[in-house]
Design a protein around this ligand. Structure first.
Ligand code: ADP
Ligand code: MG
Length: 154
């Protein structure tokens, strides 16, 4: 599936608005693939308001969302070793009404939860405004809304 930025954002907002919690989403892809664009769209759909700076140095930001929901946005690019995860409270993540999104989830290695979605974004060529979106279910996470994406235009 190839999506424009507009369509990716639209799908993300659908996911955030309708997804059952808790859920864990791994966002994969190279620098500039659109992981943060998608994370912000999902968070907005879940009711997060205001700016969402990149958790590049903090590694983790937490936001109140609709109702009891909380969005947890991580970027593990700068994680040096998987053991640093404990300082972030990694073991407690994915409980209650948390919507957990992790950029560079591969940095967590074997510590990734067994029930999750992996969403892989790839630009077909440098500078393209389209992204190939591949979604893999691992274990038995809640249903991912709007997938395959129904594109609404207009
Ligand atoms: N179809 C698309 N989907 C997502 N982002 C896109 C798309 N086309 C172009 N872009 C651009 O690619 C960049 C993605 O940046 P970002 O989400 O920060 O990447 P990452 O977090 O994966 O490093 C943004 O500048 C965005 O405007
Ligand atoms: Mg990013």
């Amino acid at each position: 599936m190839m999506l424009s930025e507009r369509d990716l954002i639209h799908w993300g907002e659908q996911v955030g608005a309708a997804v059952e919690l808790p859920i864990f989403l791994g966002l994969r892809g190279q620098l500039g693939a659109g992981k943060s664009v998608l994370a912000r769209a999902i968070a907005r759909g879940a009711g997060v308001e205001g700016a969402m700076p990149s958790p590049t140095f903090n590694l983790l930001f937490r936001y109140p969302a609709r109702g009891e929901a909380e969005v947890v946005h991580l970027d593990l690019y700068r994680l040096r070793e998987p053991d640093e995860l404990w300082e972030l409270g990694w073991e407690e993540l994915g409980q209650d009404a948390e919507l957990v999104m992790v950029e560079w989830p591969e940095r967590a290695g074997e510590h990734l939860p067994g029930d999750r979605w992996d969403i892989h974004l790839t630009a077909p060529e440098p500078g393209s405004s389209l992204r190939m979106v591949q979604v893999h279910r691992v274990g038995a996470p809640p249903h991912l809304p709007g997938f395959p994406v129904t594109l609404e235009r207009g």
